[in-house]
Design a protein around this ligand. Structure first.
Ligand code: ADP
Ligand code: MG
Length: 242
């Protein structure tokens, strides 16, 4: 209930830096479209946003870069999926001859990428949107075939995403339309040594993109990266300060 969330916030010392955005404690007030709300309530059966959702979702909806720090199980996946869906649905329709995904989600592992994809699929059923999961461990040829058909959302591990960018002389996957980037489990991305690849990817994608970073912890190296590669991000931490 809303009361639980208020208690949670009082107990857990939520810290917000830079800009303060009022938390939204009810899914109906996020400005989501009817299909998204329906999926959230009926398929996922979520009734109330978690603390991190109530604070990062409105921040993402303002179009700002956002850093969301919360421990495992705090509900970070839905923060960026709802933000991403809203972002994509607000884009203008494709002009003739345009192609390429609109949103990229970077995941440290194949297992997490698959989990994210599974969370996204129910939202895509009633839309014209397609998503693809591109990780190193799975069949490259299948990914190429899917990409050729056209996708709006790509979930990938950093190495495989770079491989796909360079394939076919860059004609298979164009990053030019990507305007929403998510780094999920950013601390693990760094622990696994993906920093050079991520920095490269961030430079390849248009400078006016919106970037959101989610992580359980926010170590120094990640803070330095965020300062360098994000654009005046709003950072929101839920739980005990690390
Ligand atoms: P994190 O990425 O922060 O570890 P997840 O996004 O994986 O957290 O969510 C953890 C669990 O909480 C999942 O089982 C998810 O279905 C559930 N969950 C997420 N948001 C809500 C919500 N608003 N209400 C109830 N359960 C939720
Ligand atoms: Mg997660």
């Amino acid at each position: 209930t809303e009361d639980d969330i208020i208690d949670f916030r009082a107990i857990n010392n939520i810290y917000i830096t830079n800009k303060t955005i009022a938390p939204i404690l009810n899914f109906y007030h996020f400005g989501l479209d009817a299909n998204t709300l329906h999926t959230l309530m009926n398929r996922f059966k979520y009734t109330t946003p978690t603390a991190i959702q109530s604070q990062t979702i409105p921040a993402i909806m303002t179009g700002n870069d956002v850093i969301g720090i919360g421990k495992t199980g705090s509900g970070k996946t839905m923060c960026y999926l709802l933000g991403l869906l809203k972002h994509i649905k607000m884009q203008r329709p494709l002009s003739k001859g345009e192609s390429g995904p609109l949103a990229l989600i970077l995941s440290p592992t194949r297992e997490l990428a698959i989990q994210i994809h599974e969370n996204l699929i129910p939202f895509l059923k009633d839309s014209e949107l397609n998503a693809i999961c591109c990780t190193g461990g799975s069949e490259l040829q299948t990914q190429i075939t899917e990409l050729k058909k056209g996708v709006e959302i790509i979930i990938a591990t950093p190495g495989r995403f770079i491989d796909l960018l360079t394939l076919n002389g860059g004609r298979l996957l164009s990053p030019t339309r990507i305007s929403f980037v998510t780094l999920d489990e950013a601390d693990r991305l760094f622990d696994l040594g993906f920093e050079p690849q991520i920095t490269q990817i961030m430079k390849t994608i248009r400078p006016d993109k919106q970037t959101v970073l989610f992580s359980a912890t926010f170590p120094k190296k990640l803070q330095q990266f965020a300062t360098k590669s994000l654009n005046r991000a709003i950072s929101i931490g839920v739980g005990d300060k690390q």
